[in-house]
Design a protein around this ligand. Structure first.
Ligand code: GLA
Length: 391
């Protein structure tokens, strides 16, 4: 009797230890990078805007830095024809979606689109419910490479996992490999079920272009999203990522220091990096943030380990992301109102204290010497110092 109990316990422990299987479409092995129209332009999308964004990605060097997907968010849709085919707004997209996809592809970039698992999108355009396979085939015919799939206007009886599986299966049958970006705002804890349903899933509500929403404790300013993402690291990995939402860098609601922190923390979280600003009119400061190649390398590290917070006191935090060669990227984040020193000790990083490690500052783009046991830096209020520590 006891032996049977013992055996079944082992079997259960064994099963629990099997990591969640990633959606096996071979895509998004590192967090997807690109641009999405929503944060800056909302419903004001058109082929002119999207072509301009694609041109800017190439001209500014963003493509070289790794940005690849050009995603049209809500409001490109108009209606369905008598046969149920989804039609794009012909005023705003007079050349049609296929031609737009060809243009994006001609720049060496990839084409992304948006729909919704309910009857209508968040802006009340036709959703895909009941048209999953037809829409997936249409996207494939247009050359779509990425689908963001929202959760507005779903039926009360609609189950999130089943709805997203339906579109995953439709995409698989479409004849084209399409990154599947789940957007149900974390409402049904998608990290628990989405590992083999989507390549990424929004873990939180819509980001605001703010450091912190003081009125709402559950708000989605940058640092509030960090608090919600911390602890979800075991669910992320190559092909399946937590998505803390698109970037607000360059949209004007935060200081340059805060935008640097926002970008740094997204990189430490192995987050998808979808720029959400006006790429045609970027300041040099915005470009320097979005194209910090040393930080992008942290985000895109092949091991795909999401960083986590290892220390927190009085608004001063230490975050660590383990990289594929065993070295660490470390974020010293100052959420307090005054410039302060923040220290990371090697014990926080899982290294023995006696180790000598070389330290490089990824914003100063400079080596800052060999250090034994710890490293301390002065960090501006709402700022971050990100260092690479290699024993
Ligand atoms: C939802 C999503 C946003 C955006 C809008 C579009 O709010 O979470 O990211 O796609 O819909 O209407």
């Amino acid at each position: 009797m006891n032996r049977i109990l013992l055996l079944s316990t082992f079997v259960l422990i064994g099963l629990a230890a099997i990591p969640a299987r990633a959606l096996d479409n071979g895509l998004a092995r590192t967090p997807p990078m690109g641009w999405n129209s929503w944060n800056k332009f909302g419903c004001d999308v058109s082929e002119k805007l999207v072509r301009g964004a694609a041109d800017a990605i190439v001209r500014t060097g963003m493509k070289r830095a790794g940005y690849e997907y050009v995603v049209i968010d809500d409001c490109w849709q108009d209606s369905r024809d008598a046969a149920g085919n989804i039609l794009a707004d012909s005023q705003r997209f007079p050349s049609g979606m296929k031609a737009l996809g060809q243009y994006i592809h001609s720049k060496g970039l990839k084409f992304g689109i948006y729909s919704d698992a309910g009857r209508a999108t968040c802006q009340n355009r036709p959703g895909s419910r009941g048209y999953e396979l037809q829409d997936a085939r249409q996207y494939a015919a247009w050359g779509v490479d990425y689908l963001k799939y929202d959760w507005c206007n779903h039926d009360e009886t609609q189950d999130a996992q089943t709805s997203y599986e339906k579109m995953r299966d439709a995409l698989a049958k479409s004849g084209r490999r399409i990154v599947f970006s789940i957007c149900e705002w974390g409402s049904t804890k998608p990290w628990l079920w989405a590992g083999n349903v989507g390549n990424l899933w929004r873990s939180t509500g819509d980001i605001q272009d703010k450091w912190e929403d003081k009125e709402r404790r559950d708000g989605t300013g940058v640092v509030q999203i960090l608090d919600l993402l911390n602890g979800l690291e075991s669910y992320a990995g190559p092909g399946h990522w937590n998505d803390p939402d698109m970037l607000e860098v360059g949209n004007g609601g935060m200081t340059e220091t805060e935008y640097r922190s926002h970008f740094s923390m997204w990189c430490l979280l192995a987050a998808p990096l979808m720029a959400g600003n006006d790429l045609e009119h970027m300041s040099d400061a915005t470009k320097a943030i979005l194209m910090n190649k040393e930080l992008i390398a942290v985000d895109q590290d092949a091991a795909g380990i999401q960083g986590k917070r290892v220390r927190k006191a009085n608004g001063l935090e230490v975050w660590v992301k383990q990289l594929s060669d065993g070295s660490r990227a470390v974020g010293l984040l100052n959420r307090s109102g005054a410039e302060t020193e923040i220290k990371v000790s090697w014990a926080d990083l899982g290294y023995p204290e006696h180790l000598n490690a070389s330290v490089r500052d990824l914003w100063a783009h400079a080596d800052v010497g060999m250090h034994k046991g710890s490293y301390t830096a002065k960090v501006a209020s709402h700022g971050v110092v990100v260092v690479h520590v290699a024993p």
